[in-house]
Design a protein around this ligand. Structure first.
Ligand code: MN
Length: 734
């Protein structure tokens, strides 16, 4: 590891001169070097070093992997936008647009803030990271930037060290691996390991150290034997031993559950030769001389890995039974293995990396494909499907946009500022009055693109309008808008009803009538039909909107005589009812059947009424009374077998089962959030089905629960509707 090398200007330029001789490029690199030095003047790192040392290190590492001149310049300048307020235009003017785009890309990625692990899986981080970068060179610079920051992590507080190291291990190292940047990946992993588990790190490091001399002797001996044999056959080659890096040893110990000795029992040797044919010939000689271990021969020359890695791998035994892993490859393959992508675009004199060249490399790498294999290697059954899926996922299904503070918001493609606003917060959506995208005011139906920075303008006392329903793309935004409009309508209605009541009261007072008597709601019952309304609220609403006249209404109710005496017929009816009441059945579930005793009563399994629901009894043939919800479609046409039933209000607490269906935009932890909500009500779950729909975006959950009554049930439904990404919640029949 080169962590302790102090990089000087001279070392940097020496590295650059090794492969760049074109005067125009050299001049640009010299100017970028000087510009960055001046701009960072007076700024210092946590280590106390001048800030410029960081920029210089990033440029230097990029030069060691032979990145092109633009990439080197952007590496030197990567922090000047963020830390020195230099604009895109200034960089484009002084250097070129390509350099400005790269610096801009690195700056944008640097501003991404990931939520904690619980909400966003590392796989998502990587996906967003890649989707935002757009240009592989941006990723390359960002990886090198992170590498130098990791090398100097000692100067941060332990808590911060752990956070950065864990992000490096989960997001950056896998990306480096997939781009085939194995050296960078190994160093990122070992440094992360050091900060995340310092004790384990030191333990393994000292074990490796202790065995070093012994191991070295065995490897050297084997190298000498193979060397002698190959020289006899006139091969041109290099041969050397390799040491495993600490994190990979640790990882094997944990994942394969092996002891340290078992892992270190493997000695590694690499042979680098001239041609592909040489590789196969050398393999033949080695297998002739040593016993190969069955099933360990891998031909990555004929079948390269996704990250373009090519090599032959075999495992052999020496005469005393030591195991050696031998890699055989050409110089070119070795360079790809060490430098990955960078090897492919190692700067070729006089040739700049064009956009089409970059595209070609990306295609060759099939790296979107890799993004998915990285997420789940085991799922890879239909490679082309997955390739399509991930491309769709990144370019069609989702856009990644940012808040001004750099928080990434993931939205389906075609989303607008309205969707963004509701995703940020319901209140932001409800009070949105306009949107600024990338610094410019835009219409609210503008389609957002990956990388857009969206700033929502809000104002108090405003609200969504009906039109928004046509603009919003996400189900979440639409359902929140609908709920708002519905609530507003209800509020308006309540206001109008109150106004109607006030107008009535004024009319009654004006006429000097008895307010108590005339404002009694039951007083109005007899006139609903004449006024074309169904109930009290409708009547007051009609008055409120002035479609009914209060004076006219008072006239009408004055004409109705209130009953003052109970007549004989009524008396007889009341008596009969009381008689009937003597016979009744109260079921275990707290259901009362009047007029019959010893009745078998049970709750219908289709509509599953809960306490408080309007219910009706259905007399079955031989199974007693089944209690349905009054509106259950199964009994609606069965009037001859229906009898009145009611809930026993004096009953002890009982629970009732029912099914809910929850439709949602699929996300991590959806079911766990639903279960958490139910547990807050201490509600028991007795069944659960869930499925992600074929569109891979929406999902549903059906859940069977036990509730106290319909009030509790309604409260559960109301609160569940507020859970993020849930679109609708309803009671269903089974
Ligand atoms: Mn930096």
């Amino acid at each position: 590891m080169s962590s302790h090398i102090v990089v000087t200007d001279e070392m940097f330029f020496n590295e650059v001169h090794k492969y760049i001789t074109d005067e125009k490029s050299l001049d640009m690199i010299r100017r970028a070097h000087e510009f960055a030095r001046q701009k960072h003047e007076g700024q210092f790192r946590k280590s106390g070093d001048p800030y410029f040392t960081h920029a210089l290190n990033v440029g230097y590492i990029l030069a060691t992997i032979q990145a092109g001149p633009q990439t080197i310049c952007a590496g030197l300048l990567h922090d000047v936008m963020e830390d020195c307020g230099v604009s895109f235009e200034e960089i484009a003017e002084l250097f070129d647009e390509d350099v400005a785009n790269l610096v801009d890309g690195v700056t944008k990625i640097g501003n991404i803030q990931f939520k904690d692990e619980k909400e966003y899986l590392a796989a998502n981080h990587r996906k967003i990271f890649i989707a935002m970068a757009k240009d592989i060179r941006v990723i390359l610079i960002k990886l090198v930037d992170r590498l130098h920051n990791m090398r100097t992590l000692a100067f941060h507080k332990p808590e911060k060290q752990k956070k950065i190291a864990s992000e490096t291990l989960q997001v950056y190292a896998p990306i480096a691996h997939r781009l085939g940047l194995s050296e960078i990946k190994n160093e990122l992993e070992d440094l992360s390991f050091l900060y995340l588990q310092p004790e384990k790190y030191r333990e393994i490091a000292s074990l490796v150290d202790a065995k070093k001399a012994e191991r070295q002797k065995l490897v050297d001996q084997m190298i000498e034997e193979i060397k002698a044999m190959l020289l006899e056959h006139n091969f041109h080659f290099r041969i050397f031993g390799r040491c495993k890096h600490l994190y990979s040893i640790y990882n094997k110990m944990v994942t394969k559950n092996k002891r340290f000795d078992e892992i270190l029992d493997l000695y590694a040797i690499r042979i680098v030769t001239e041609t592909e044919l040489n590789c196969y010939e050398i393999l033949g000689y080695i297998h002739a001389a040593y016993r190969p271990v069955n099933g360990r021969l891998k031909d990555y020359i004929a079948m390269p890995k996704m990250n373009m890695y090519q090599s032959l791998h075999t495992t052999i035994l020496d005469r005393t039974g030591n195991i050696f892993e031998v890699q055989i490859r050409t110089e070119e393959m070795d360079s790809v293995a060490e430098k990955g992508v960078a090897a492919h675009w190692s700067y070729k004199e006089g040739k700049y990396n064009s956009a089409s060249e970059q595209k070609e490399i990306e295609n060759k790498l099939g790296w979107f494909h890799d993004m998915i294999t990285m997420m789940d290697e085991a799922q890879l059954e239909h490679p082309t499907d997955f390739m399509n899926q991930i491309q769709k996922d990144i370019f069609e299904a989702n856009v990644y946009v940012m808040t001004p503070k750099g928080r990434v918001i993931e939205l389906p493609n075609g989303s607008t500022p309205i969707d963004f606003a509701y995703r940020v917060h319901t209140d932001v959506g409800h009070s949105m009055v306009g949107a600024i995208v990338n610094g410019a005011m835009v219409p609210i139906n503008t389609k957002l693109k990956t990388g857009d920075v969206v700033n929502i303008k809000t104002a108090k006392g405003t609200g969504p309008s009906e039109d928004w329903l046509k603009i919003a793309r996400t189900a979440t935004a639409r359902s929140k808008i609908k709920a708002y409009l519905q609530k507003k309508e209800n509020e308006d209605r309540a206001e109008t009803i109150a106004k109607g009541e006030k107008m009535m009261a004024e009319e009654i007072r004006k006429r000097g009538l008895d307010e108590k008597e005339y404002l009694d709601k039951s007083r109005y019952e007899g006139i609903y039909g004449q006024l074309g309304v169904n109930n009290y609220n409708e009547l007051m609403y009609a008055i409120g909107i002035k479609s009914a006249n209060p004076s006219h209404v008072v006239d009408k109710i004055s004409n109705i005589k209130r009953p003052t005496m109970v007549d004989n017929v009524t008396l007889a009816y009341m008596f009969k009812a009381r008689e009937k009441k003597k016979k009744r059945t109260v079921s275990e579930g707290g259901i009362v059947v009047e007029g019959i005793d010893n009745m078998k009563v049970s709750i219908a399994g289709c509509c599953m009424p809960v306490y408080g629901d309007p219910i009706v009894g259905y007399i079955t043939k031989g199974f007693g009374v089944k209690v349905h919800r009054a509106d259950c479609p199964n009994i609606i046409n069965e009037s001859s077998r229906l009898i009145d039933v009611s809930w026993d209000e004096s009953q002890e607490e009982h629970t009732y089962e029912c099914w809910l269906r929850i439709d949602a935009v699929d996300r991590n932890f959806l079911i766990s959030d639903i279960v958490t909500l139910l547990s807050q009500y201490k509600i028991t779950i007795t069944g659960l089905n869930s499925e992600v729909l074929p569109d891979k975006v929406n999902s549903y959950v059906e859940i069977r629960i036990k509730v106290k009554d319909n009030v509790q049930l309604q409260s559960v439904i109301d609160n569940m509707r507020k859970v993020d990404s849930i679109v609708s919640v309803s009671r269903i029949m089974k």
